[in-house]
Write a protein that binds this ligand. Structure first.
Ligand SMILES: Cc1ncc(COP(=O)(O)O)c(C=O)c1O
Length: 495
C-alpha cells in the first residue's frame, strides 16, 4: 500500500516509550508498579520486566517533552498514510470501541441507519449508546454450510431507495470465514443514494498489504473502515484502528469527539506502541511476510484437501452471491463428511491434539493464519486434522440446521436504546411472546443474534433459540443462560 509522506520505517510512539524506559528515569507517577518494582513477583516473572518498564499510564506524550506533532499524533498519521486513510484513530478498546464511536457520530438520537443484521454485537451496543434506529439488511447465506456471507449490492440499492432517511449503511467485510463482499459496488450504490458506507473490516487489518489478498475497503471507496488490528494485523489484543476515507461524507470532528469520550484517560502505552509497530511491520515488511506465508499455504491446502472427509472453503467460492473475494489467511474446513459437526471436530482437535482453531460452527472449523506462519505450526495443523478425520470418520454426512433469516426477526419496534434502558420485567420465556425484548441473544456459533433489544419476541424466535442451544451453541448475551426467563419491556398497564 502506498506510504507517501512520512517514513514508514519509523515507529515514533514505540521509540519514545522505549527511550523513556531505557534511560531508567526516577518515576513518581502512575502506574504504581513503577516499572515492575511494585508488582507481584510472579507477574513480573511471567510478563518480563520490560513489559512493566514500558507501561506508562499517561502515555508518553504526557510525560516526556513532546515535539509537535507528538509521537502519538505522528504514529496515527503514519497509520493513516499506510492504510490510505484521510485520518486514522488508534483504539484501545478493540474494534468494538470503533463501532460504538461510529454509532454515536453517525446514528445519533432518532436517526435511522442501515445495518447488516448479523453485524458484530458492538453495532447494536453502539446504537444503545447513541439512540439511533437500525434498518436491517440481510446478508446472503450459504444454507448448506450454515454460513452468513456478505451483503449483495442490489439489496442495498433497494433498501436505500425505500429508506431515503438513512444516510449511512454499515456492512461487514470480510466475514469470520475470510469471505469479502463486493465493497466497491456497495460504496458506489450508497454514494449514488447520498449515503456513506461504513465497512467493519475487523477481520482484515492485513488487507491491502499484498496483491493476492482482497483489496482494503478504503481502496474500494468505503467512507469509514474498522480494522481490528489485533486479529490479523500483528498488534496486541484489544488494540484496533478506525480509518476515515477521503470522500468527505463523514464529519471527522464528530467521529474524533466520539472516539475520545469512549476511551480511558489512561490509554495503555503497550497497546498504542503495539499498533505503531504493527503498522510499521505491515507497511515495510507486510508484502514480503505475506508472500512467504501465502506460498506455504498453497501446499498446506493441497495436503488438507487430500484428507478423506475434509473439504475446503476457499477462493473457489468467489463469485457466489455475497462473495467477491477470499482472504487466504483463513483455513476453513467443511468437516460434514467426517460424520461429526464442526463443533465436535474442534473439540477433538483441542483435547486430543492440543491444536486450537479460532472457531467452529455446525459444518465448519476456522483456523486463523498469521502474517508470518511457521512451517512447524502448519505441519502440526495438517497432521492433527488428518489424524482427527481418521479417528472420527463414521461414513455419515452431517446435516446443518437452517440459519435464521431476516423474516424471523421482524426488526426493532422501539429503538435498541429505549429497550435496553427502559423499565424491564423478567418473565418466563413462553410468556414473552409478543413482548419487546430488552436483551440481545445470539447463538454462538454462528453468532447471529436471534433477538435484539427493541425486537418483538415471537414463538418462532423462541423455537430458534431453543434449537440453537440444543445443537450445542452457547447463548451469548442471555441474562438467563438456561433460557427459562427473559427480560422484556414493562408493559404500560391501565391505571
Ligand atoms: C465483525 C467484527 N467486528 C467487530 C468485532 C469486535 O472486535 P474487537 O474484539 O477488536 O473489539 C469483532 C470481533 O470478533 C467482529 O467479528
Amino acid at each position: 500500500m502506498s506510504a507517501a509522506g512520512h517514513d514508514q520505517s519509523r515507529a515514533p510512539y514505540l521509540d519514545a516509550v522505549a527511550a523513556y524506559a531505557a534511560r531508567q528515569p526516577t518515576r513518581f507517577h502512575v502506574p504504581g508498579h513503577k516499572g515492575g518494582a511494585g508488582a507481584d513477583a510472579a507477574l513480573v516473572e511471567a510478563f518480563g520486566q520490560a513489559a512493566f518498564a514500558h507501561d506508562l499510564a499517561q502515555g508518553i506524550d504526557g510525560i516526556d517533552d513532546s515535539p509537535e506533532p507528538t509521537p502519538y499524533a505522528l504514529a496515527e498519521r503514519l497509520a493513516a498514510e499506510a492504510y490510505g486513510a484521510e485520518k486514522s484513530w488508534f483504539l484501545t478498546n478493540g474494534a468494538s470501541q470503533g463501532n460504538h464511536a461510529l454509532c454515536l457520530a453517525l446514528a445519533p438520537l432518532g436517526r435511522h441507519v442501515i445495518a447488516q443484521r448479523n453485524s458484530h454485537a458492538s453495532i447494536v451496543d453502539g446504537l444503545v449508546l447513541s439512540g439511533g434506529n437500525p434498518i436491517f439488511i440481510e446478508p446472503e447465506y450459504d444454507s448448506e454450510l450454515g454460513m452468513a456471507l456478505g451483503v449483495e449490492p442490489a439489496k442495498l440499492v433497494a433498501l436505500l431507495a425505500e429508506h431515503p432517511e438513512a444516510h449511512t449503511a454499515f456492512i461487514v467485510s470480510p466475514t469470520y470465514y475470510g469471505l469479502a463482499a463486493d465493497v466497491a459496488r456497495c460504496a458506489e450504490v450508497a454514494h449514488a443514494a447520498g449515503a456513506a458506507l461504513v465497512v467493519d473490516q475487523s477481520w482484515g487489518a492485513q488487507l491491502g498489504f499484498h496483491p493476492d489478498l482482497p483489496p482494503s475497503a478504503l481502496a474500494l471507496g468505503a467512507d469509514a473502515v474498522l480494522t481490528s488490528t489485533h486479529k490479523l494485523g500483528g498488534s496486541m489484543t484489544q488494540s484496533a484502528m478506525l480509518h476515515l476515507g477521503s470522500g468527505g461524507r463523514i464529519d471527522e470532528a464528530a467521529v474524533g469527539r466520539a472516539v475520545r469520550i469512549l476511551r480511558s484517560t489512561s490509554q495503555s502505552t503497550l497497546l498504542i506502541a503495539s499498533l505503531d509497530a504493527a503498522r510499521r511491520q505491515l507497511a515495510t515488511r507486510g508484502e514480503e511476510l505475506l508472500a512467504e506465508t501465502l506460498e506455504k499455504l498453497v501446499v498446506v491446502r493441497e495436503r488438507l484437501e487430500a484428507i478423506d472427509g475434509i473439504e475446503l472453503i476457499d477462493e473457489s467460492f468467489v463469485g457466489r452471491p455475497g462473495i467477491a473475494g477470499f482472504d487466504p489467511l483463513r483455513i476453513v474446513l467443511d468437516v460434514r463428511a467426517t460424520g461429526c459437526s464442526g463443533l465436535e471436530f474442534l473439540e477433538h482437535l483441542r483435547t486430543r491434539h492440543d491444536v486450537h482453531p479460532e472457531m467452529a460452527a455446525q459444518a465448519t472449523v476456522v483456523f486463523i493464519v498469521s502474517l508470518a506462519e511457521t512451517d512447524q505450526q502448519l505441519n502440526r495443523l495438517v497432521s492433527a486434522v488428518g489424524a482427527s478425520a481418521a479417528e472420527l470418520s463414521c461414513g455419515v454426512v452431517v446435516e446443518v440446521e437452517p440459519v435464521p433469516r431476516l423474516e424471523l426477526f421482524g426488526g426493532c419496534v422501539v429503538s435498541p436504546r429505549e429497550a435496553f434502558l427502559g423499565e424491564a420485567e423478567v418473565v418466563p420465556l413462553d410468556q414473552a411472546v409478543g413482548r419487546i425484548s430488552c436483551e440481545s441473544i445470539a447463538g454462538y456459533p454462528p453468532g447471529i443474534p436471534a433477538l435484539l433489544p427493541g425486537e418483538r419476541v415471537s414463538a418462532d424466535v423462541i423455537d430458534n433459540l431453543r434449537q440453537t442451544a440444543a445443537a450445542g451453541s452457547r447463548l451469548h448475551g442471555a441474562s438467563d443462560p438456561t433460557l427459562t426467563t427473559i427480560a422484556v419491556l414493562l408493559e404500560e398497564r391501565p391505571a
